[in-house]
Write a protein that binds this ligand. Sequence first.
Ligand code: DNO
Length: 387
Amino acid sequence: MEKTWRWFGPNDPITLDMLRQIGVEGIVTALHHIPNGEVWSEEEVVKMRDYIEDHGLRWSVVESLPVSESIKYAGPDRDELIEKYKVSLANLGKAGVKTVCYNFMPVLDWARTDLEYPNPDGTSNLYFNQAEFAYFDIYILKREGAEADYDADTLKRVEELKASMTPEGEKRLVENIIVKTQGFVNGNISEADLDPVAKFRELLDLYKGIDAKQLRENMAYFLNAIMPVCREYDINMCVHPDDPPRPILGLPRIVTCDADIEAFLNAVPDPHNGLTFCAGSLSAGAQNDVTKLAEKYADRTHFVHARICNVLPGGDFKESTHLDPRLVSVVRTFEKRRPGVPMRVDHAPLMLGDEKMGYNAGYSFHGRMLALGMVGGIMATVATEKD
Ligand code: DNO
């Protein structure tokens, strides 16, 4: 696989020169300064590509070219937005940037409740606590009918949590769930929003009446519309699985498991319609066996996210080590079957001073560097194995 790294542009404190020193071969980035829904002009695309190439690297993957909410819920301006998306794709294709990651998660991209969950060794990790998430849903968002979406054990944990919850604790949940994890991925809410909860409620309202079937249709509509451009420029689209891989906050999620992946690939059976194999997101669902999924979908995978989660009792989950045997197996599959596919690590621990640097959640320097070294070691070992 090609060793890539998610870099957030020229203002990222982790510079391209640093990345060359640690063995990174390709860059994963986006034009983060262009608002969601606007065209990425040829000029802006070429400027970014040349900046990266001037530093001895290549722009391997776009993550993400964001799909506007209106395309997801089929708003009145969706065709107009799809046309703009096609222009951006064509501009990327002309500049030779041909792998595009996106997601089709309504309203909320990835979700975590804790961004610095302490590990016994002094490092910290991302963590998803199902009871804290349910607390946010029931008592902060106050979503109608929210209780019905949680089992009795979770609701019991929520009440225990309520007994000790403080205003600071509630603020921290809002920041972690809908602010700090979203702004930097061009999500709907950013640090500049004064009332993120109110804005979030308005966004949820846009999806009233949209179920999984409708969302699937909207995704197929979008993919069918962009496929001609993808064919013309040989662009591989790769959807990111839903994280966590289950419906949340009353919203449908449609890239959560084997059957979902099969459904969207079959709905638009063009090789340019592919998958970002995020082993981490998929492994956060107890229903998924990532080693089997990697074998099954290697041919339609255009981008790999190397990380892995442990599912804990009660629906909680936590990132595991990049040396987890399941990840070894996933890396082996892609090394053997898709040797050149771009791969990046993420969601590595905060360690050795990372915590003081204000990095985007999940995108530490030392933690990711160690993880890349680990995955690189697995790749080198696999290269010595006979078939
Ligand atoms: C989280 C990321 C996601 C991903 C998007 C792709 O760490 O993996 O935010 O970039 O879902 O569109």
